[in-house]
Design a protein around this ligand. Structure first.
Ligand code: BES
Ligand code: ZN
Length: 635
């Protein structure tokens, strides 16, 4: 190579390093004004001391939030907090222990924004104390009725803060680029155990019914979490892992998730030491709106992955993976959501491959490829909502939380892995996590790091021949749909299903029952069900149903795809069981496709509205908002 070209490499790399250094400097708080009222460029929070009493009778949390703050701009006149649906005692707000005249701004027209809380400050301001209680409009909280729990005997409370709901139970600077440590002092009714997203959760109840916790690592507000119930803890021996669940359910879950300690080992080996201390999972009631939520030290999980066959434990791998991608290195704004979820899908996949082998993991990857294709079709090939980098201005960040971030994000990283090979790529990822630990990054910060560490220009003759162009990186990040260099995923374990289903699709009288295998995992069932033509003779569907008892199945993944087929095929005998399912399970991923399908026809819409009216009291606000918007009916 000529000297001239070496100089170009040197300058390019130097520029990349400088960009990444300046962008990830610890004191730089990214702009998050699209989804938060906070003013971190003037003053931001560094620590929360939360005192709270949880009352199931009034369904209310009475609390004080005492925030340590750091002043950035010496002339700052106020610090602004996000609030939504909170009853704040404006007469009792103190700065450094002295009462001040704080005020609440108007209710934003964008419901998710809530109301700004303006607290006047001065140069010496260090602590802000806010006295308040939650209300029925505190959408993060779900007060679960005893009938909706496993034991059916006691109520249950849990929170869901991501994306912008933390502000509905704690007044906070609710933006993912602002990090703080926290401690909590909780009081609960006798016999209940309270848990939070901390490393020192109690393992059993105490006679004072008080719990004192600390999160010693700085986290963004969307990782604040609380669960209160009649809970038991079972530890996995010789590990930092364990299970919290209702007494009646704990041993079942313990058995299902017994791979947890090996997952932590596998992930740590790949991406560096697990930074958080303990890794526990709590299994919540079936109304929980997600599969899982990566609350630090304590993942919240749906019971719908407990199939008795351990074949949906990728959920645990996924939430564990967030301990690196998301919780350690965090998306700076919700427009960068793919940095959280795309990376996590990739890390999850690698953990699964370590534990269960490539063939098993590839089944999931193949299903994900299907999902992203469906998502792109639904959005439209050219839709900006199919970009990895989003622009969610004036929109609820929840709208950006689609399969694009997850699956297109995953495929992008897999493309880079395949191009550079595992040795280089794994080293890059590990250093990405280590270098940016406990900080929040934008997509551009990531791209700068990528160009400084990995995608350096090669062969350096003309710009169009750089690896950056060849890999179509700008197209992946800032363009729609899937670029032409999307990796091809071939799941060997789907081959036989795929080839028979190909024949079936050309012969509507083919007896599907002949290809089924008793030992199919959930993923194989999904592949099979997704390939069945809704015009298939109903007698064949009926035989399938009778042989495999699909209607009323306990497996929620299989149930969803089966009921979706039944709706499309108008196989009515499954509808009563589908209604029961929709009246019990609140996981949005299952609700959405079924309500969406029903909503396509007039008769279906009537059915959907009736089911929604009967079921909505079971759903968390996250699911209620989505379904009521879809059906254009009351929340
Ligand atoms: N962080 C998400 C859940 C989430 C997404 C909460 C968007 C709020 C807004 C969690 O890590 C997740 O991705 N869960 C998936 C797990 C699956 C991909 C294995 C889910 O809930 O289905
Ligand atoms: Zn996730």
């Amino acid at each position: 190579m000529k000297f001239y070209n070496w100089m170009k490499v040197y300058l390019f790399v130097l520029a990349g390093v400088l960009i990444s250094l300046s962008a990830s400097a610890a004191d730089k708080i990214p702009d998050a004004s699209q989804h938060s009222f906070a003013n971190p460029q003037q003053a931001y929070v560094t620590h929360l001391d939360w005192n709270a009493a949880i009352d199931f009778n009034t369904k209310r949390i009475n609390a004080t939030a005492i925030w340590d703050i750091k002043i950035v701009d010496q002339d700052a006149k106020e610090i602004i907090f996000d609030t939504r649906g909170l009853a704040i005692n404006l007469e009792a707000i103190k700065v450094n222990g002295k009462l001040v005249k704080a005020s609440l701004g108007p209710m934003s027209e964008l419901a998710f924004m809530g109301q700004a809380l303006h607290v006047p400050i001065h140069k010496e301001a260090k602590k802000v104390e806010i006295l308040y209680h939650t209300t029925d409009a505190s959408q993060a909280l779900q007060w679960v009725e005893p009938t909706q729990t496993h034991s059916k005997t006691d109520p249950f409370l849990y929170t869901q803060s991501e994306a912008a709901l933390a502000r509905s139970w704690v007044p906070c600077q609710d933006a993912p680029g602002i990090r703080f440590t926290y401690e909590a002092h909780l009081s609960v009714p006798a016999g209940f155990l309270a848990l939070m997203s901390v490393g020192n959760n109690a393992k059993s109840t105490n006679s004072k019914n008080e719990y004192n916790y600390q999160q010693t690592h700085p986290i963004p507000s969307y990782l604040l979490a609380l669960a209160v119930g009649k809970l038991t803890y079972i530890p996995y021996q010789n590990s930092e892992c364990g299970i919290y669940a209702e007494q009646t359910y704990a041993s079942t879950v313990f058995n299902e998730f017994d791979a947890m300690p090996s997952m932590v080992k596998a992930a740590s080996k790949l991406y560096g030491k697990y930074a958080w201390g303990r890794f526990d999972v709590i299994v919540l009631p079936p109304s929980f709106p997600f599969g899982g939520m990566e609350n630090p030290n304590l993942t919240f999980a749906t019971p719908t992955v407990v199939t008795g066959r351990k074949d949906l434990v990728n959920l645990v791998a996924h939430e564990l993976a967030h301990s690196w991608s998301g919780n350690l290195v965090t998306n700076a704004t919700w427009n960068d959501f793919w940095l959280n979820e795309g990376f996590t899908m990739y890390v999850e996949q690698r953990i699964m491959e370590e534990l269960y082998g490539r063939d098993f993991a590839e089944m999931q990857a193949a299903l994900d490829v299907n999902d992203v294709k469906v998502a792109i079709q639904d959005f439209g090939e050219k839709s900006p909502d199919t970009h990895l980098k989003l622009n969610l201005a004036n929109r609820d960040p929840d709208e950006g939380m689609t399969d694009i971030a997850y699956d297109k994000g995953y495929l992008f990283l897999r493309m880079l892995e395949e191009y550079y090979g595992r040795q280089k790529w794994d080293a890059f990822l590990k250093s990405y996590f280590t270098t940016h630990a406990f900080s929040s990054l934008t997509t551009e910060d990531f791209l700068a790091y990528l160009s400084s560490q990995l995608v350096t220009p090669e062969p350096l003759v003309a710009p169009e021949q750089t690896a950056w162009r060849k890999l179509r990186i700008d197209e992946w990040v800032y363009g729609p749909g899937l670029p032409s260099n999307t990796p091809v995923v071939v799941a060997k374990r789907f081959n036989s299903i795929d080839s028979v289903m190909e024949i079936v699709s050309k012969n509507s009288t083919y007896d599907l029952n002949t290809i089924l295998k008793k030992d199919w995992t959930t993923f194989e069932w999904l592949r099979f069900l997704q390939a069945i033509d809704p015009n298939t003779d109903k007698r064949i569907l009926q035989k399938l149903d009778e042989t495999y008892l699909l209607t009323g199945t306990d497996n929620a993944e299989i149930a969803t795809d089966w009921y979706l087929l039944c709706l499309r095929a108008n196989y009515e005998s499954a509808f009563p069981a589908m209604k029961m399912f929709l009246g019990k399970v609140g996981r949005r991923k299952f609700l959405m496709p079924l309500y969406f399908e029903m909503n396509k026809s007039d008769a279906g819409k009537v059915m959907a509205l009736e089911i929604y009216r009967n079921s909505k009291s079971v759903y968390h606000s996250v699911s209620r908002n989505t379904i009521s918007n879809l059906l254009q009916t009351d929340y």
